[in-house]
Design a protein around this ligand. Structure first.
Ligand SMILES: [Mn+2]
Length: 593
């Protein structure tokens, strides 16, 4: 790689939304709070979320009806079937409901659809099972908000369907995919109006009750599926006069699903995750312990990175390669031996998933290389032998690599199923809504969707969607950018910011690890060291001595480090136990004259 190519990453500074001088903190901390739009008044709650209380669950629209119905079911020993989803959010949510309701004395069982044969959403098979086995209530978690058809099936069979979900409900103004006819939409609108007394912006399934933070005016619409289930349980525990400490023991599950589902770690999610990470670090659940052990993270604190890159992929692997029930059992079992077996099984499935992923990625890259990227602002690729469970991950990688939305479709005969991933600047759900006449169905949100399409419609869909993307994205720079919180100087580094720094964690979605720039600095050339032929460390000359910098995978920059007179660095902090710190270099450039 030539040196010029190295410095292509554009540095973009985030808006500092609130004047830094308004805060009573060291400047570095103030900048970080400002870029996260945390007001000086809100700083306490943000820095010490574990001390803040959660919002009153009864402020969630429709929750009371559900709590009353469930406590009735408990009294009458009615059977409740918990219906989850096959990803880490849906699995943790199912495990949470199953464990707690079982503990409360409910007659409960669980159901998770098979990803490949049943697909996403409320499964007809589950409704059949419920009817056959005499379940009176079907309680969903992380799914169901678009299940118009299934809701009728359940109602017809006399089952009370209670939907808890966090996905975006279908809007009335959306054009309908083929499966949903216009007269049905008109009918649903009519019914909504009757039920709620006013026109609703959404079309909702005709269920016994629906719990979704996106309905009504709940303060936090960012909850994951497992978070919504937790709120329901909070209300239920309170109603039944049960000990909420018992419920809090399961915040490890809430942290798993919340981080795994990539919802922003702010407000209530931040409280859940902060408390939940502590529970994960010292988990009482044999399955969690076994999974940590087999993936080599049983020593030390668990942070969101461990969930996103170690635990969640293993929990998700079951749904992708075989059946999510294996992961569910892992999170439910109290048997140490069984937990170990299941953890080993998930470990194997995860390796298999990685192999599949690599093969699909290679094939997809090959297909992209045949495209002119100046004409293709959105990538639509298809094949007949891509594993549907893995194409979403590959689509995400393509989005990162090419900085544009990507859709991967796998065909079985004439019917294709696709996984779509997007960038902030392009609302995928909106785009699919526009061209839904070519689709058999779709769902999801701004950054990630799923779709079904007939082969005969593929070419035109591709063309139309790409025209639209061209229009939307032509003027947006698609080169890789690095977002920075701000620029600091040597004086900022001398303040006691390290005291506060750890309280900014956990970092993750919605609260990324802060990155700063320091410009025009000298490095001590004699201090440059290379480790394992890929990592580089060096000392930075600062007014009061030297500051150690480490650049993981920074080997390519060695020549620059040796030759440049002065450099600009982008870095994050590594803060040690004793509050001394080093800089983790993220990018560097020669200082422009
Ligand atoms: Mn979810």
């Amino acid at each position: 790689m030539s040196l010029e190519n190295l410095f292509k990453m554009k540095w973009k500074f985030k808006n500092q939304e609130i004047p830094v001088s308004w805060y009573d903190f060291p400047r570095i901390i103030s900048i970080i709070l400002s870029t996260r739009i945390i007001t000086p008044e809100g700083a306490e709650e943000f820095l010490y979320p574990e001390k803040s209380s959660l919002y009153d669950p009864y402020r969630l629209k429709g929750i009371e009806k559900i709590v009353v119905r469930l406590s009735e079911a408990l009294e009458r020993r009615e059977k409740v079937l918990i219906h989850g989803d096959y990803d880490v959010d849906g699995i943790s949510g199912t495990a949470l409901l199953f464990r707690t309701m079982d503990h409360l004395g409910f007659y409960v069982d669980h159901y998770i659809p098979h990803r490949a044969s049943e697909g996403y959403g409320l499964s007809s098979k589950a409704i059949e099972k419920a009817q056959k086995e005499g379940f009176r209530i079907l309680l969903t978690v992380d799914t169901g908000i678009s299940a118009l058809q299934s809701a009728y099936e359940a109602k017809f069979k006399g089952i009370d369907l209670i939907i808890t979900d966090h996905h975006e409900p279908r809007k009335t103004r959306e054009t309908s995919p083929h499966t949903l006819f216009d007269n049905q939409i008109a009918f649903e609108k009519e019914r909504n109006n009757k039920t709620y007394g006013k026109p609703e912006p959404y079309i909702l399934p005709d269920a016994y009750a629906i719990l979704n933070p996106k309905l009504g005016d709940y303060i936090d619409t960012n909850l994951a599926g497992v978070g919504v289930a937790y709120k329901l349980l909070e209300a239920l525990y309170t109603y039944l006069g049960e000990d909420l400490n018992e419920l809090e023991r399961h915040l490890d599950l809430v942290a798993l699903g919340t981080v795994g589902d990539m919802v922003p770690l702010i407000k209530e999610n931040r409280i859940f995750v902060k408390k939940g990470l502590a529970k994960l670090t010292n988990s009482e659940k044999p399955g969690v312990r076994a999974l940590k052990e087999i993936s080599g993270i049983s020593n030390g604190d668990i942070n969101p990175y461990h969930i996103s890159f170690v635990l969640a992929p293993r929990i998700n692997a079951a749904g992708r390669i075989s059946h999510a029930n294996d992961s569910l059992e892992l999170l439910i079992t109290e048997d140490e031996e069984r937990a170990r077996e299941l953890a080993e099984h998930l470990q194997r499935l995860n390796s298999k998933r990685k192999d599949e992923e690599k093969r699909i990625l290679d094939e997809a890259m090959d297909k992209v290389s045949k495209l002119d990227l100046n004409d293709n602002y959105l990538l639509v690729l298809d094949s007949e032998d891509w594993n549907f469970g893995v194409i979403g991950i590959v689509a995400s990688k393509l989005v990162q690599e090419f900085r544009r939305p990507a859709i991967l479709i796998t065909f079985d005969q004439e019917m294709g199923r696709g996984s779509c991933r997007s960038i902030e600047e392009f609302d995928m759900h909106e785009a699919l809504s526009r061209f839904s006449q070519f689709l058999e169905g779709f769902g999801g949100h701004k950054l990630a969707c799923g779709l079904r399409i007939r082969r005969e419609n593929l070419e035109q869909f591709k063309w139309e969607l790409n025209q639209y993307a061209l229009k939307m994205l032509r003027d947006i720079p698609l080169e890789p950018t690095l977002e920075l919180d701000g620029e600091v100087n040597f004086k900022d580094l001398e303040e006691n910011f390290a005291d506060y720094y750890k309280y900014l964690k956990p970092f993750g979605m919605g609260n990324p690890e802060p990155i700063f720039a320091l410009r025009d600095v000298n490095i001590d050339k004699t201090s440059i060291r290379v480790y394992k032929d890929k990592h580089v460390s060096f000392l930075l000359q600062v007014p009061r001595g030297e500051l150690r910098c480490i650049f993981f995978d920074g080997y390519e920059y060695l020549k620059l480090l040796n030759e440049a007179n002065k450099i600009d660095i982008a870095f994050s902090f590594i803060i040690k136990e004793d509050l001394s710190f080093e800089l983790k270099i993220v990018d560097l450039k020669p200082t422009s004259q």
